[in-house]
Design a protein around this ligand. Structure first.
Ligand SMILES: [Zn+2]
Length: 453
Protein backbone atom coordinates (compact mmCIF):
# COMPACT_ATOMS: atom_id res chain seq x y z
CA UNK A 1 0.00 0.00 0.00
CA UNK A 2 1.31 3.43 -0.85
CA UNK A 3 1.86 5.95 1.90
CA UNK A 4 -0.36 9.00 1.96
CA UNK A 5 2.17 10.91 4.03
CA UNK A 6 3.82 13.02 1.27
CA UNK A 7 0.38 13.91 -0.02
CA UNK A 8 -0.75 14.99 3.44
CA UNK A 9 2.38 17.13 3.92
CA UNK A 10 1.69 18.75 0.56
CA UNK A 11 -1.97 19.37 1.43
CA UNK A 12 -1.04 21.12 4.71
CA UNK A 13 1.47 23.45 2.99
CA UNK A 14 0.60 27.05 2.05
CA UNK A 15 -0.24 27.71 -1.61
CA UNK A 16 3.14 29.28 -2.48
CA UNK A 17 4.94 26.22 -1.13
CA UNK A 18 2.55 23.91 -2.97
CA UNK A 19 3.51 25.72 -6.20
CA UNK A 20 7.18 25.14 -5.41
CA UNK A 21 6.53 21.45 -4.62
CA UNK A 22 4.51 20.98 -7.81
CA UNK A 23 7.39 22.54 -9.79
CA UNK A 24 10.04 20.41 -8.07
CA UNK A 25 8.02 17.32 -8.82
CA UNK A 26 7.50 18.59 -12.38
CA UNK A 27 11.24 18.97 -12.81
CA UNK A 28 11.96 15.43 -11.59
CA UNK A 29 9.21 14.07 -13.81
CA UNK A 30 10.52 16.02 -16.81
CA UNK A 31 13.91 14.34 -16.55
CA UNK A 32 12.29 10.91 -16.15
CA UNK A 33 10.11 11.40 -19.21
CA UNK A 34 12.31 13.27 -21.63
CA UNK A 35 15.77 12.01 -20.70
CA UNK A 36 17.60 8.93 -21.99
CA UNK A 37 16.12 7.38 -25.13
CA UNK A 38 13.25 9.85 -25.51
CA UNK A 39 14.70 12.16 -28.20
CA UNK A 40 16.36 9.49 -30.31
CA UNK A 41 13.22 7.37 -30.31
CA UNK A 42 11.02 10.38 -31.10
CA UNK A 43 13.21 11.13 -34.13
CA UNK A 44 12.81 7.51 -35.21
CA UNK A 45 9.00 7.67 -34.81
CA UNK A 46 8.77 10.94 -36.73
CA UNK A 47 10.83 9.33 -39.50
CA UNK A 48 8.40 6.39 -39.66
CA UNK A 49 5.21 8.42 -39.29
CA UNK A 50 4.15 8.16 -42.92
CA UNK A 51 5.04 4.55 -43.70
CA UNK A 52 2.45 2.79 -45.84
CA UNK A 53 0.14 0.19 -44.33
CA UNK A 54 2.24 -2.54 -45.91
CA UNK A 55 5.49 -1.11 -44.58
CA UNK A 56 3.94 -0.85 -41.12
CA UNK A 57 2.79 -4.47 -41.29
CA UNK A 58 6.30 -5.60 -42.17
CA UNK A 59 7.77 -3.53 -39.34
CA UNK A 60 5.20 -4.89 -36.86
CA UNK A 61 6.01 -8.49 -37.83
CA UNK A 62 9.66 -7.85 -37.03
CA UNK A 63 8.84 -6.24 -33.67
CA UNK A 64 6.36 -9.01 -32.85
CA UNK A 65 8.96 -11.72 -33.50
CA UNK A 66 11.34 -9.95 -31.09
CA UNK A 67 8.55 -9.58 -28.50
CA UNK A 68 7.48 -13.22 -28.65
CA UNK A 69 11.09 -14.39 -28.62
CA UNK A 70 11.81 -12.30 -25.51
CA UNK A 71 8.59 -13.47 -23.83
CA UNK A 72 9.15 -17.17 -24.41
CA UNK A 73 12.79 -16.98 -23.34
CA UNK A 74 12.54 -14.72 -20.30
CA UNK A 75 8.96 -14.53 -19.02
CA UNK A 76 7.94 -17.49 -16.81
CA UNK A 77 4.28 -17.37 -17.86
CA UNK A 78 5.26 -17.84 -21.51
CA UNK A 79 8.22 -20.20 -21.30
CA UNK A 80 6.14 -23.24 -22.21
CA UNK A 81 5.44 -21.64 -25.61
CA UNK A 82 9.10 -21.44 -26.54
CA UNK A 83 10.03 -22.47 -30.06
CA UNK A 84 12.37 -21.39 -32.85
CA UNK A 85 9.55 -19.44 -34.42
CA UNK A 86 7.07 -18.40 -31.74
CA UNK A 87 3.63 -17.90 -33.21
CA UNK A 88 1.15 -15.32 -31.89
CA UNK A 89 -1.80 -17.56 -32.76
CA UNK A 90 -0.58 -20.11 -30.19
CA UNK A 91 -0.74 -17.58 -27.33
CA UNK A 92 -3.87 -17.92 -25.20
CA UNK A 93 -6.11 -14.96 -24.44
CA UNK A 94 -5.12 -13.27 -21.23
CA UNK A 95 -7.36 -11.31 -18.88
CA UNK A 96 -6.54 -8.81 -16.15
CA UNK A 97 -7.48 -11.19 -13.36
CA UNK A 98 -4.88 -13.72 -14.54
CA UNK A 99 -2.26 -10.99 -14.59
CA UNK A 100 -3.37 -9.60 -11.20
CA UNK A 101 -3.23 -13.07 -9.59
CA UNK A 102 0.19 -13.98 -11.02
CA UNK A 103 1.88 -10.63 -11.60
CA UNK A 104 5.44 -11.88 -11.01
CA UNK A 105 5.04 -14.65 -13.59
CA UNK A 106 4.71 -11.99 -16.29
CA UNK A 107 7.89 -10.09 -15.44
CA UNK A 108 10.93 -10.75 -17.61
CA UNK A 109 13.83 -12.36 -15.75
CA UNK A 110 16.12 -9.91 -17.58
CA UNK A 111 14.90 -7.12 -15.32
CA UNK A 112 15.33 -6.49 -11.63
CA UNK A 113 11.88 -5.55 -10.29
CA UNK A 114 13.38 -2.92 -7.97
CA UNK A 115 14.56 -1.00 -11.06
CA UNK A 116 11.16 -1.07 -12.74
CA UNK A 117 8.31 1.41 -12.51
CA UNK A 118 4.97 0.09 -11.26
CA UNK A 119 1.89 1.48 -12.98
CA UNK A 120 -1.42 0.93 -11.24
CA UNK A 121 -4.62 0.49 -13.08
CA UNK A 122 -8.13 0.33 -11.69
CA UNK A 123 -9.57 0.33 -15.18
CA UNK A 124 -13.29 0.02 -15.65
CA UNK A 125 -13.43 -3.21 -13.66
CA UNK A 126 -11.88 -1.92 -10.40
CA UNK A 127 -9.83 -5.04 -9.98
CA UNK A 128 -6.47 -3.39 -9.21
CA UNK A 129 -3.56 -4.43 -11.36
CA UNK A 130 0.11 -3.55 -11.20
CA UNK A 131 2.03 -3.45 -14.46
CA UNK A 132 5.78 -2.91 -14.54
CA UNK A 133 7.66 -1.00 -17.21
CA UNK A 134 11.32 -0.11 -17.57
CA UNK A 135 12.59 3.45 -17.37
CA UNK A 136 13.34 3.26 -21.09
CA UNK A 137 9.78 2.20 -21.89
CA UNK A 138 8.50 5.24 -20.01
CA UNK A 139 10.78 7.54 -22.02
CA UNK A 140 9.65 5.91 -25.26
CA UNK A 141 5.99 6.18 -24.22
CA UNK A 142 6.49 9.93 -23.94
CA UNK A 143 7.93 9.89 -27.47
CA UNK A 144 4.53 8.56 -28.61
CA UNK A 145 2.84 11.34 -26.62
CA UNK A 146 4.96 13.95 -28.42
CA UNK A 147 4.17 12.34 -31.78
CA UNK A 148 0.50 12.82 -30.83
CA UNK A 149 1.09 16.43 -29.73
CA UNK A 150 2.78 17.06 -33.11
CA UNK A 151 -0.74 16.80 -34.58
CA UNK A 152 -1.65 19.97 -32.67
CA UNK A 153 1.64 21.75 -33.27
CA UNK A 154 2.34 21.51 -29.54
CA UNK A 155 5.82 21.08 -28.17
CA UNK A 156 7.07 20.31 -24.68
CA UNK A 157 7.63 23.70 -23.09
CA UNK A 158 4.56 25.33 -24.65
CA UNK A 159 1.95 26.49 -22.14
CA UNK A 160 -0.44 23.74 -21.11
CA UNK A 161 -3.53 23.73 -18.90
CA UNK A 162 -4.25 20.37 -17.28
CA UNK A 163 -7.42 19.21 -15.59
CA UNK A 164 -6.18 16.42 -13.41
CA UNK A 165 -7.36 13.82 -10.93
CA UNK A 166 -4.54 14.76 -8.58
CA UNK A 167 -5.59 16.50 -5.38
CA UNK A 168 -4.15 20.01 -5.54
CA UNK A 169 -5.83 21.08 -2.32
CA UNK A 170 -8.28 19.61 0.16
CA UNK A 171 -11.57 19.16 -1.70
CA UNK A 172 -13.31 20.54 1.40
CA UNK A 173 -11.22 23.69 1.18
CA UNK A 174 -13.28 25.90 -1.07
CA UNK A 175 -10.88 28.84 -1.09
CA UNK A 176 -9.31 29.81 -4.41
CA UNK A 177 -6.93 29.51 -6.16
CA UNK A 178 -8.05 26.14 -7.52
CA UNK A 179 -4.87 25.79 -9.58
CA UNK A 180 -1.15 25.32 -9.08
CA UNK A 181 1.68 26.14 -11.46
CA UNK A 182 4.40 23.71 -12.51
CA UNK A 183 7.04 26.12 -13.77
CA UNK A 184 9.24 23.28 -15.10
CA UNK A 185 6.69 22.44 -17.81
CA UNK A 186 4.81 25.76 -18.04
CA UNK A 187 1.86 23.70 -16.93
CA UNK A 188 -1.10 25.13 -15.04
CA UNK A 189 -2.83 22.35 -13.12
CA UNK A 190 -6.51 22.84 -12.39
CA UNK A 191 -8.35 20.96 -9.65
CA UNK A 192 -11.09 18.67 -10.94
CA UNK A 193 -12.62 18.59 -7.45
CA UNK A 194 -13.73 22.22 -7.09
CA UNK A 195 -15.68 22.68 -10.29
CA UNK A 196 -18.92 23.80 -8.69
CA UNK A 197 -20.92 26.32 -10.70
CA UNK A 198 -19.96 29.19 -8.35
CA UNK A 199 -16.24 28.53 -8.88
CA UNK A 200 -16.30 28.17 -12.66
CA UNK A 201 -15.96 31.93 -13.46
CA UNK A 202 -12.60 31.84 -11.62
CA UNK A 203 -11.47 28.93 -13.77
CA UNK A 204 -12.42 30.80 -16.96
CA UNK A 205 -10.68 34.03 -15.83
CA UNK A 206 -7.52 32.08 -15.05
CA UNK A 207 -7.58 30.32 -18.43
CA UNK A 208 -7.98 33.70 -20.14
CA UNK A 209 -5.03 35.08 -18.23
CA UNK A 210 -2.81 32.04 -18.87
CA UNK A 211 -3.75 31.48 -22.54
CA UNK A 212 -2.61 27.85 -22.82
CA UNK A 213 -1.59 26.41 -26.18
CA UNK A 214 -3.34 23.16 -25.29
CA UNK A 215 -5.87 22.14 -22.69
CA UNK A 216 -5.67 18.53 -21.54
CA UNK A 217 -7.31 16.25 -19.04
CA UNK A 218 -10.46 14.39 -18.15
CA UNK A 219 -13.06 15.15 -20.84
CA UNK A 220 -15.65 15.45 -18.11
CA UNK A 221 -13.83 18.34 -16.41
CA UNK A 222 -13.08 20.13 -19.67
CA UNK A 223 -16.73 19.63 -20.60
CA UNK A 224 -17.86 21.34 -17.34
CA UNK A 225 -15.90 24.46 -18.28
CA UNK A 226 -17.11 24.34 -21.88
CA UNK A 227 -20.74 24.06 -20.83
CA UNK A 228 -20.30 27.01 -18.47
CA UNK A 229 -18.75 29.11 -21.25
CA UNK A 230 -21.62 28.36 -23.66
CA UNK A 231 -24.44 28.70 -21.09
CA UNK A 232 -23.18 32.14 -20.08
CA UNK A 233 -22.28 33.26 -23.62
CA UNK A 234 -18.69 33.87 -22.55
CA UNK A 235 -15.88 34.22 -25.07
CA UNK A 236 -12.34 33.16 -24.44
CA UNK A 237 -9.54 35.61 -25.14
CA UNK A 238 -7.41 32.85 -26.68
CA UNK A 239 -7.83 29.93 -29.06
CA UNK A 240 -5.94 26.78 -28.10
CA UNK A 241 -4.27 24.69 -30.80
CA UNK A 242 -6.21 21.71 -29.50
CA UNK A 243 -7.88 19.99 -26.58
CA UNK A 244 -6.19 16.73 -25.65
CA UNK A 245 -8.37 14.19 -23.88
CA UNK A 246 -7.92 10.65 -22.65
CA UNK A 247 -8.90 8.23 -19.90
CA UNK A 248 -12.64 8.51 -20.31
CA UNK A 249 -14.91 7.75 -23.15
CA UNK A 250 -17.25 10.57 -24.02
CA UNK A 251 -20.08 11.24 -26.41
CA UNK A 252 -20.27 13.17 -29.67
CA UNK A 253 -22.38 15.70 -27.80
CA UNK A 254 -19.60 16.34 -25.25
CA UNK A 255 -17.08 16.76 -28.03
CA UNK A 256 -19.31 19.24 -29.86
CA UNK A 257 -19.79 21.35 -26.72
CA UNK A 258 -16.04 21.40 -25.98
CA UNK A 259 -15.11 22.24 -29.59
CA UNK A 260 -17.68 24.98 -29.80
CA UNK A 261 -16.66 26.61 -26.48
CA UNK A 262 -12.92 26.49 -27.17
CA UNK A 263 -13.22 27.04 -30.95
CA UNK A 264 -10.75 24.26 -31.69
CA UNK A 265 -10.60 20.53 -32.26
CA UNK A 266 -10.63 17.81 -29.61
CA UNK A 267 -7.81 15.28 -30.06
CA UNK A 268 -8.62 12.10 -28.18
CA UNK A 269 -6.06 9.53 -27.09
CA UNK A 270 -6.62 5.90 -26.19
CA UNK A 271 -4.23 3.86 -24.10
CA UNK A 272 -3.89 2.15 -20.76
CA UNK A 273 -1.47 1.60 -17.92
CA UNK A 274 -1.01 -1.96 -19.16
CA UNK A 275 1.16 -0.39 -21.89
CA UNK A 276 -0.25 -2.51 -24.68
CA UNK A 277 -1.77 0.06 -27.02
CA UNK A 278 -1.47 3.73 -27.96
CA UNK A 279 -3.94 5.24 -30.38
CA UNK A 280 -4.60 8.91 -31.00
CA UNK A 281 -6.48 11.23 -33.29
CA UNK A 282 -4.87 13.17 -36.11
CA UNK A 283 -6.11 16.54 -37.35
CA UNK A 284 -8.66 14.72 -39.54
CA UNK A 285 -10.27 13.06 -36.54
CA UNK A 286 -8.99 9.57 -37.39
CA UNK A 287 -7.75 7.52 -34.44
CA UNK A 288 -4.49 5.95 -35.61
CA UNK A 289 -3.21 2.88 -33.78
CA UNK A 290 0.54 3.38 -33.29
CA UNK A 291 2.12 0.39 -35.06
CA UNK A 292 5.31 0.38 -32.99
CA UNK A 293 3.56 0.53 -29.62
CA UNK A 294 1.38 -2.56 -29.88
CA UNK A 295 -0.85 -4.75 -32.02
CA UNK A 296 -4.57 -4.32 -31.60
CA UNK A 297 -6.83 -7.14 -32.75
CA UNK A 298 -10.51 -7.94 -32.48
CA UNK A 299 -12.17 -10.96 -30.91
CA UNK A 300 -15.32 -11.30 -32.97
CA UNK A 301 -18.64 -12.68 -31.80
CA UNK A 302 -17.82 -15.98 -33.48
CA UNK A 303 -14.67 -16.30 -31.38
CA UNK A 304 -12.16 -15.56 -34.13
CA UNK A 305 -9.27 -13.14 -33.62
CA UNK A 306 -8.89 -10.85 -36.62
CA UNK A 307 -6.82 -7.74 -37.43
CA UNK A 308 -9.92 -5.77 -38.44
CA UNK A 309 -13.61 -5.88 -37.63
CA UNK A 310 -15.92 -5.38 -34.68
CA UNK A 311 -15.65 -6.98 -31.24
CA UNK A 312 -13.65 -7.13 -28.05
CA UNK A 313 -10.27 -5.44 -28.33
CA UNK A 314 -7.23 -7.69 -27.81
CA UNK A 315 -3.84 -6.01 -27.42
CA UNK A 316 -0.25 -7.21 -27.62
CA UNK A 317 2.53 -4.89 -26.52
CA UNK A 318 5.52 -4.32 -28.78
CA UNK A 319 7.08 -1.83 -26.39
CA UNK A 320 7.02 -3.19 -22.84
CA UNK A 321 9.78 -5.80 -22.77
CA UNK A 322 9.87 -5.88 -18.95
CA UNK A 323 6.33 -7.23 -18.61
CA UNK A 324 5.03 -8.13 -22.06
CA UNK A 325 1.29 -8.77 -22.08
CA UNK A 326 0.30 -10.77 -25.15
CA UNK A 327 -3.22 -11.15 -26.51
CA UNK A 328 -4.47 -9.20 -23.52
CA UNK A 329 -8.19 -8.52 -23.11
CA UNK A 330 -8.05 -4.80 -22.48
CA UNK A 331 -11.74 -4.69 -21.52
CA UNK A 332 -13.12 -2.47 -24.27
CA UNK A 333 -15.16 -3.09 -27.36
CA UNK A 334 -14.41 -1.44 -30.67
CA UNK A 335 -14.14 -1.49 -34.42
CA UNK A 336 -10.78 -1.66 -36.23
CA UNK A 337 -10.40 -0.80 -39.92
CA UNK A 338 -7.57 -0.28 -42.38
CA UNK A 339 -9.16 2.72 -44.08
CA UNK A 340 -6.94 5.43 -45.49
CA UNK A 341 -6.75 8.89 -43.96
CA UNK A 342 -6.26 12.30 -45.54
CA UNK A 343 -3.31 12.95 -43.21
CA UNK A 344 -1.35 10.33 -45.18
CA UNK A 345 -0.64 7.87 -42.39
CA UNK A 346 -0.93 4.18 -43.21
CA UNK A 347 -1.90 2.64 -39.88
CA UNK A 348 -4.79 0.55 -38.63
CA UNK A 349 -7.59 2.77 -37.38
CA UNK A 350 -9.66 2.51 -34.21
CA UNK A 351 -12.93 3.46 -35.81
CA UNK A 352 -15.19 3.03 -32.80
CA UNK A 353 -14.52 2.56 -29.12
CA UNK A 354 -17.03 1.38 -26.53
CA UNK A 355 -16.60 0.63 -22.87
CA UNK A 356 -14.90 2.52 -20.08
CA UNK A 357 -17.89 4.85 -20.17
CA UNK A 358 -17.36 7.11 -17.22
CA UNK A 359 -20.29 7.22 -14.82
CA UNK A 360 -20.06 9.93 -12.17
CA UNK A 361 -20.68 9.95 -8.40
CA UNK A 362 -22.21 13.21 -7.16
CA UNK A 363 -22.54 14.78 -3.70
CA UNK A 364 -23.53 18.39 -3.00
CA UNK A 365 -22.34 19.65 -6.36
CA UNK A 366 -19.03 17.78 -6.14
CA UNK A 367 -18.49 15.18 -8.81
CA UNK A 368 -16.06 12.30 -9.08
CA UNK A 369 -15.77 10.65 -12.50
CA UNK A 370 -14.99 6.94 -12.90
CA UNK A 371 -11.36 7.72 -13.66
CA UNK A 372 -10.97 9.51 -10.30
CA UNK A 373 -12.81 6.73 -8.44
CA UNK A 374 -10.45 4.26 -10.08
CA UNK A 375 -7.52 6.16 -8.55
CA UNK A 376 -9.16 5.92 -5.07
CA UNK A 377 -9.49 2.16 -5.50
CA UNK A 378 -6.00 1.66 -6.86
CA UNK A 379 -4.32 1.55 -3.46
CA UNK A 380 -6.51 -1.24 -2.13
CA UNK A 381 -4.07 -4.09 -2.54
CA UNK A 382 -5.95 -6.64 -0.41
CA UNK A 383 -9.11 -6.08 -2.42
CA UNK A 384 -9.99 -8.31 -5.33
CA UNK A 385 -12.81 -6.23 -6.69
CA UNK A 386 -14.70 -3.06 -5.84
CA UNK A 387 -17.86 -1.31 -6.93
CA UNK A 388 -19.51 1.95 -5.91
CA UNK A 389 -23.26 2.34 -6.22
CA UNK A 390 -25.23 5.56 -5.80
CA UNK A 391 -28.95 4.99 -5.07
CA UNK A 392 -29.66 8.27 -3.24
CA UNK A 393 -28.31 11.84 -3.43
CA UNK A 394 -25.97 11.96 -0.40
CA UNK A 395 -25.01 8.34 0.02
CA UNK A 396 -23.10 5.57 -1.71
CA UNK A 397 -22.69 1.86 -1.18
CA UNK A 398 -19.18 0.51 -1.69
CA UNK A 399 -18.98 -3.21 -2.32
CA UNK A 400 -15.62 -4.83 -1.68
CA UNK A 401 -14.42 -8.37 -2.34
CA UNK A 402 -11.53 -9.25 0.00
CA UNK A 403 -8.42 -11.23 -0.87
CA UNK A 404 -6.51 -13.35 1.66
CA UNK A 405 -3.98 -10.55 2.24
CA UNK A 406 -6.71 -8.02 3.07
CA UNK A 407 -5.58 -5.15 5.26
CA UNK A 408 -8.35 -3.55 7.40
CA UNK A 409 -6.64 -0.19 6.72
CA UNK A 410 -7.77 -0.47 3.09
CA UNK A 411 -11.29 0.48 4.07
CA UNK A 412 -10.06 3.52 6.01
CA UNK A 413 -7.94 4.75 3.08
CA UNK A 414 -10.74 4.22 0.61
CA UNK A 415 -13.18 6.24 2.75
CA UNK A 416 -10.55 8.95 3.22
CA UNK A 417 -10.08 9.17 -0.56
CA UNK A 418 -13.81 9.27 -1.32
CA UNK A 419 -14.51 11.94 1.33
CA UNK A 420 -11.69 14.11 -0.02
CA UNK A 421 -13.27 14.02 -3.46
CA UNK A 422 -16.93 14.21 -2.53
CA UNK A 423 -17.03 15.97 0.85
CA UNK A 424 -17.45 14.94 4.48
CA UNK A 425 -21.24 14.85 4.24
CA UNK A 426 -21.19 11.81 1.94
CA UNK A 427 -22.61 8.72 3.69
CA UNK A 428 -20.48 5.72 2.79
CA UNK A 429 -21.86 2.28 3.49
CA UNK A 430 -19.22 -0.43 3.02
CA UNK A 431 -20.42 -3.94 2.26
CA UNK A 432 -18.13 -6.94 2.09
CA UNK A 433 -19.39 -9.40 -0.49
CA UNK A 434 -18.12 -12.66 -1.94
CA UNK A 435 -18.52 -11.62 -5.52
CA UNK A 436 -19.51 -8.68 -7.71
CA UNK A 437 -21.38 -10.09 -10.66
CA UNK A 438 -20.58 -8.65 -14.10
CA UNK A 439 -23.09 -6.81 -16.27
CA UNK A 440 -25.04 -8.77 -18.88
CA UNK A 441 -22.28 -7.95 -21.42
CA UNK A 442 -19.76 -9.77 -19.22
CA UNK A 443 -17.96 -6.63 -18.06
CA UNK A 444 -17.68 -5.30 -14.53
CA UNK A 445 -19.04 -1.87 -13.85
CA UNK A 446 -17.04 0.06 -11.26
CA UNK A 447 -19.51 2.90 -10.85
CA UNK A 448 -23.27 2.29 -10.86
CA UNK A 449 -25.17 5.57 -10.95
CA UNK A 450 -28.91 5.15 -10.26
CA UNK A 451 -29.80 8.74 -9.20
CA UNK A 452 -28.28 11.14 -11.73
CA UNK A 453 -28.66 9.83 -15.24
ZN1 LIG B 1 -5.00 10.68 -40.07
Amino acid sequence: MKSHLPEQLYLYSPVWLQNVLVSIYGNIERERRYGGEHSVFLKHLRGNKFLTLQENNTLQKKLLTATLDNATRNVPAYQHLRSDQPDLSLFPLLDRQQVANNTKQFISSKFDVSNLIALYTGGSSASPLKVYISKMTRQKTYSFWQLFYDNMGFNIGDRKASFVGRKLQEPDNNLPPFWRYNIADKQLLFSSYHMEEANLPLYVDKLNEFKPKVVEGYPFSVYRIAEHILNNSLTLSFTPAGISTSSENFSKHHRKVIESAFQCRVFDQYGSAESVVFASECAHGTMHIEPEYGILEVLTETGEITPTGKGELIATTLLNDAMPLIRYRIGDLGVITEESCLCGRGTSVLKELHGKVGAVVINEGRQAPTAAIAIAFEYLEGIKNAQIIQNEPNAVIVKLVKKSDFNPKSEEFMIWELRKMLGESLKINVEYVNDIPPEPNGKYKMVVQNVYQ
